[in-house]
Design a protein around this ligand. Structure first.
Ligand code: DAK
Length: 258
């Protein structure tokens, strides 16, 4: 597929996807979402890639869904042609970790995209918000569900109902982002984290991601059971034997992903 809306590259075992509609602040249209989900699928099935980064430009991660594409839509058109939700679901199902490296505007569907990723590294210039209310709608790709879980009901309510924005510093303080770094370093820091994760045993990374995401949605007792089943399963891997033998022998482990 010829890519017109994203740029895909790789650095060793890290897959990079840049949203590439800078003239409209990386507004998410159907074509971009299809390309993005396909690129994530491809990296997810590529055994040489162990971590994925999604980023935009310094000015904007993404200013949300393409308002021009949606403005004349009917409910039937939005439902039938639900390019956002269908493709967000493809991202959510990826087994490899996805880092959102966010700088500048991260609004509406852009904020929902960042929240669909597993971690967010933010530039100090990042601004988060769900301004859909100003357009006569509400967040529709996870904004009300995920933002309230991430930062608490009261602040999510305030942000979504007022259409206001949250600074990177506040997003970090409230747990929406894992780290805020100086503007010129956000992508480098995301790559550093991705390389670190890519150097860990792949099946354990996959299970850790699966467990955190699953358990986040379950009652605690069910979550604990789910986590311990994955934990026990890891004792069937060669990497568990290698990791523990290497520790005892005081040498570096060599992961096989088996
Ligand atoms: N869509 C289309 N174009 C956009 C855009 C967007 N979301 N955001 C910005 N642009 C375009 C602007 O129209 C402008 O184009 P030109 O005039 O140059 O042709 C260009 O990007 C630069 O923007 P500005 O001139 O406005 O730049 P400023 O720095 O002055 O302002 C801004 C930046 C981000 C504050 C402002 O552009 C803005 O307020 N943008 C809209 C932000 C927004 O309302 N985002 C939420 C969109 S609604 C779904 C589920 C969910 C969704 C959709 C479907 N389903 C279940 C199917 C999600 C909906 C949304 O995200």
């Amino acid at each position: 597929m010829a890519l017109e809306n994203i740029v895909v590259s790789r650095e060793d075992s890290v897959g990079l996807i840049q949203l590439n509609r800078p003239k409209v602040l990386n507004a998410l249209n159907g074509a971009l979402m299809e390309e993005l989900a396909a690129a994530v699928d491809e990296f997810d099935h590529d055994s040489a890639i162990h971590c994925i980064i999604i980023h935009g430009t310094d000015r904007a991660f993404s200013a949300g869904a393409d308002i021009e594409q949606m403005s004349a839509a009917t409910p039937a058109m939005m439902l039938e042609n639900s390019w956002i939700n269908r493709n967000f679901e493809r991202l959510r199902r990826a087994s490899k970790p996805i880092i959102a490296a966010v700088s500048g505007y991260c609004l509406g569907g852009g904020c929902e995209l960042a929240m669909t990723c597993d971690m967010v590294i933010a530039s100090e210039t990042a601004q988060f918000g769900q301004p859909e209310i100003n357009l006569g709608v509400i967040p529709g790709a996870g904004g009300t569900a995920r933002l309230a879980r991430a930062i608490g009901k009261s602040r999510a309510m305030e942000l979504i109902l007022s259409g206001g924005r949250m600074s990177a510093k506040e997003a970090e303080m409230r747990g929406l982002v894992s780290r805020v770094v100086p503007g010129e370093l956000y992508l480098e820091e995301a790559k550093k984290l991705a390389r670190e994760i890519a150097g860990k045993p792949p099946i354990a990374v996959r299970f850790a991601k699966e467990s955190i995401n699953k358990v986040y949605e379950l009652p605690l007792s069910e979550g604990l059971d789910y986590e311990s089943r994955l934990f026990y399963t890891l004792f069937s891997t060669e990497d568990q034997k290698e990791g523990m033998s290497a520790f005892l022998a005081k040498r570096k482990p060599h992961w096989k992903g088996k």
